[in-house]
Design a protein around this ligand. Structure first.
Ligand SMILES: *Cc1c(COP(=O)(O)O)cnc(C)c1O
Length: 374
């Protein structure tokens, strides 16, 4: 018998109050205004801009299209430097538009872009840097800004994991030229599918709003190439409802993360990544690094947990540079990415969120501890 009757997934959606959401859906039906800059999307944009403390929030249909729109609006071209240790949407948002993603290595302790590696990757074709605030822990924002300034590069953040997080006391969303959140169902905060681009740049925000809606500046007046990146009213209603539950979701995640850390403390070869309690964190990712001293290899641990119905995941394995089309385009990339390869081989992400209780955490931690050599 597995330890759990029902599978425990990584990234099971966190939801707010069902009745509140359904009431909002009722209002949307009554208005029959389903998309195109509706009142619910506007309210969500305003609430997010207030929460993050930025001038502009442009809600979009998903984080990937948000990145694509931001990349276009900034006019990036040639080469853009990205981590390989990220979800594949990060390089795809560039490659999809004929821009070459250039992979730079991460710092093995923070798991975010190493500014020194970024410096080494700059060529005359480089126009931008797209770091990721992985696991909701900020990239090295000061140093990356310094590199961008020195070389006249645009800094655009993939903030898909980092909604409601801070760096040096400042909310993530206000760094670089713009930052892009994902509100996918599996992320900390969801709108079913969705995302948002946030920026303090008035002109850039205006361009991105146009691009989100085919470039329409008014009836019959198209002034830009654009795409369809609009968020629907129903998705925004989910967003408002989940926003009301945000503090509770953070508290559940914080409690689970602390329980995992305590229960796995001292297990040889097992390290649970820390979330800095002096900053704002969403604690959405419980990241385990499995070292040599542990009794099992990382993949064996994942198999063991799956047999017990704990659907832990290898993230972001095997690294984007080992996925297509990048594997064929850059067959030697791994030579410059030793930390990426090491971390991708060691990480396991464990289930958390509102679907996971502290008792569940104890059971999962017992399964992991039981297989350690000591
Ligand atoms: C989820 C994710 C994205 C893409 O967001 P979608 O809303 O799923 O399109 C981009 N980058 C990272 C790092 C992600 O985790």
């Amino acid at each position: 018998m597995p330890a759990f009757d029902e599978p425990l997934h990584v990234g099971r959606p966190n939801t707010g109050d069902r009745e509140t959401f359904l009431a909002r859906v009722g209002e949307i039906f009554d208005r029959t205004w389903f998309s195109n800059d509706g009142p619910v999307v506007r309210e969500l944009e305003q609430r997010i801009a207030e929460l993050i403390g930025v001038r502009h929030c442009v809600a979009v249909c998903n984080g990937t299209v948000g990145l694509e729109i931001a990349v276009r609006a900034l006019g990036l071209s040639g080469e853009v430097i990205v981590p390989s240790y990220t979800f594949v949407a990060t390089p795809h948002a560039l490659h999809w538009q004929g821009i070459t993603p250039v992979f730079a290595d991460i710092d093995p302790t923070t798991h975010t872009l190493d500014p020194a590696a970024v410096r080494r990757a700059i060529t005359p074709r480089t126009t931008g840097i797209m770091p990721v605030h992985l696991w909701g822990r900020p990239a090295d924002v000061d140093e990356l800004q310094a590199v961008a300034d020195e070389h006249g590069l645009d800094l655009l953040y993939d903030a898909a994991h980092a909604f409601a997080c801070s760096a040096g006391g400042r909310m993530i969303g206000g760094f670089g030229r713009a930052e892009v959140f994902s509100f996918h169902a599996t992320k900390f905060f969801n709108t079913f599918e969705g995302g948002a681009i946030v920026t303090n740049d008035d002109e850039l925000a205006e361009t991105m709003r146009l691009m989100r809606n085919f470039g329409f500046a008014g009836y019959d007046n198209v002034i830009h190439a654009g795409t369809n990146g609009k968020m629907t009213e129903i998705c925004a209603a989910m967003g408002l409802t989940n926003l009301e539950a945000l503090d509770g979701t953070i508290e559940v995640n914080r409690r689970n993360h602390a329980a995992y850390r305590a229960a796995l403390d001292g297990v040889p070869g097992i390290q649970v990544l820390e979330h800095d309690a002096s900053e704002r964190r969403n604690y959405q990712y419980v990241v385990l690094q499995v070292g040599q001293e542990y009794g099992l290899g990382r993949d064996e641990l994942v198999e063991l947990l799956h047999r017990e119905n704990v659907l832990a995941r290898r993230y972001f394995w095997p690294g984007c540079h080992r996925m297509q089309p990048y594997r064929d385009l850059f067959p030697d990339a791994g030579r410059h990415l030793p930390h990426t390869e090491q971390v991708a081989d060691e990480v396991v992400v464990l289930p958390t969120g509102r679907a996971v209780s502290p008792d569940d955490v104890e059971v999962i931690a017992d399964l992991i501890r039981a297989r350690s050599v000591r």
